[in-house]
Ligand binder design. Structure first.
Ligand SMILES: Cc1cc2nc3c(=O)[nH]c(=O)nc-3n(C[C@H](O)[C@H](O)[C@H](O)COP(=O)(O)OP(=O)(O)OC[C@H]3O[C@@H](n4cnc5c(N)ncnc54)[C@H](O)[C@@H]3O)c2cc1C
Length: 443
């Protein structure tokens, strides 16, 4: 009996998928945003997909994987952009989406299973007058575990900071990959070991997330005569203390990809897409006018839905890229942090330099209490050489470029693999079975 057959015997009774279609589709994520990754990863497939529904089943799977020395790639909603959830060496894809219960809600916190869909969690805590501090724009598909292990910032980061520093992740429970798996509880700084580690150092089964009082955020779009004006306005909003939950600058040339917004964003002006606290509506409107802008949309979520519009958060972060890619697969994207103090001038120079090769899109956030501006710009894809050349030019501009076209953790520029991280990796996955090939320093 081969290892896979012996593994299947050991996990009898736990849901599995083995059809060719499932083995291929659950080995994919949104890596196809990058033509480079698409060519490298499109043929990857799982040997089996396993869907544990309880903590005990996760422990049984972890023990059986270790016993039979199979590779394992944990999967949530499969919305990562860098092939994080792609099994490079086949083996088991461990789909966590049946582990999806909300376990406890208290004042200021929720305890959930890691496979829970973020939107479902948000709706549950909203019914109690609370809300999540941050969620990705993919929250209708993405899971709690996938966001913690694969994400970095999102809707709410302009108010609460990026995920790592926001205080959102209060504690995690993680299963080690050993013949006798242990369950670790991580709190405080230790949570960061698993955050953005791409499922290489344990299977997250549960998370406690901090909550804040719920707000019925207004869905707003404001238009400005130029893109640098949008950037100036965004900085002014941050400096004003107006309570916003999203602040996303979008170049007018995205207009053809936003036809559902009609005159609210039709390509004749550059835009900020934002979520504003109703209590700050008047101050926000005044600031738009002061900056020479026009408020083209300001609706409650219910009004936006009745008007057939998507939530504003689905016009931000990598949903902006998705809108363009749905119409024109010639685009790819670049990720960077832009020096905030000279952003309007720098972005103006970049618009001049790249012309129609690049479309601008920036997200305002906070880091250590200070404003942070991330660029998620579109680039017409020519070839890898041009991609590298443009990224190099952006670095020379003083931008911190995070390479979105690599599937190796350290090269993505977001996670350091220091001694502590490597020690933790060896203790949680001593056989090196978890998501192999994603950590350069171990390959
Ligand atoms: C249109 C679009 C918009 C996006 N917007 C954002 C955004 O606003 N902010 C942001 O940060 N990202 C964003 N992303 C990237 C992605 O959505 C986020 O990283 C998301 O949170 C991933 O969640 P998921 O459940 O889909 O995870 P997956 O893609 O399934 O997994 C992501 C990583 O986490 C690991 N993992 C999953 N579950 C577990 C677990 N239980 N234990 C251990 N490891 C686990 C996987 O192995 C993988 O390495 C976006 C992507 C797209 C395509």
């Amino acid at each position: 009996m081969n290892n896979l057959a012996a593994f299947q015997r050991d996990i009898e009774g736990i849901a599995c998928l083995t059809s060719d279609g499932e083995l291929r589709s659950r080995a994919r994520d949104y890596y196809w945003y990058s033509p480079v990754l698409d060519a490298q990863l499109r043929d990857c497939r799982a040997d089996i997909v396993v869907l544990p529904a309880t903590e005990d089943e996760v422990l049984r799977v972890a023990a059986a994987v270790a016993r039979h020395r199979l590779k394992v790639t944990v999967r949530g909603g499969g919305t990562g952009n860098y092939g994080q959830a792609v099994p490079l060496q086949g083996g088991v894809v461990l789909d966590m989406t049946l582990l999806n219960r909300v376990l406890e809600i208290g004042p200021g916190f929720v305890r959930v299973q890691a496979g829970a869909c973020l939107e479902a969690v948000l709706n549950t805590v909203r019914a109690e007058g609370q809300q999540l501090m941050i969620y990705p724009s993919t929250m209708s598909i993405a899971t709690v575990g996938g966001f913690i292990a694969g994400g970095s910032a999102g809707i709410g980061s302009v108010r609460h900071g990026i995920l790592r520093e926001s205080g959102t992740m209060r504690s995690l429970r993680v299963v080690t990959l050993e013949e006798q798996p242990r369950v670790l509880t991580l709190k405080g700084k230790d949570v960061e070991l698993v955050h953005h580690a791409w499922g290489t150092n344990g299977i997250m089964i549960e998370a406690e997330l901090a909550l804040v009082p719920a707000v019925d955020w207004l869905q707003c779009v404001a238009l400005f005569p130029s893109y640098p004006e949008v950037i100036r306005f965004g900085s002014a909003v941050q400096a004003s203390g107006i309570d916003v939950f999203l602040l996303s600058a979008v170049d007018r040339r995205f207009g053809p990809y936003y036809r559902d917004f009609g005159a609210r964003f039709d390509g004749s002006a550059d835009a900020i897409f934002t979520m504003v606290n109703p209590s700050d509506r008047a101050r926000f409107t005044e600031l738009v006018q002061k900056h020479g802008g026009t408020l083209s949309m300001c609706m409650t979520p219910q009004e936006a839905q009745a008007a057939g519009l998507p939530p504003v958060h689905e016009c931000a972060y990598n949903h902006t890229t998705l809108r363009a890619l749905k119409v024109d697969r010639g685009w790819t994207y670049l990720q960077m942090v832009v020096p905030v103090d000279r952003a309007p001038e720098l972005v103006a120079q970049q618009i001049e330099r790249y012309g129609d090769e690049m479309l601008m899109h920036h997200e305002f956030a906070r880091l250590a209490g200070q404003p942070r501006l991330s660029g998620l710009v579109l680039l017409q894809y020519l070839d890898e050489e041009r991609l590298d050349e443009v990224q190099q030019e952006l670095r020379q501009d003083g931008c911190h470029v995070m390479n979105a076209h690599v599937y190796v953790l350290e090269k993505s520029g977001r996670k350091e693999m220091g001694d502590e991280e490597i020690r933790f990796k060896h203790s949680t996955d001593p056989l090196g079975l978890m998501n192999p090939g994603k950590i350069l320093s171990l390959s």
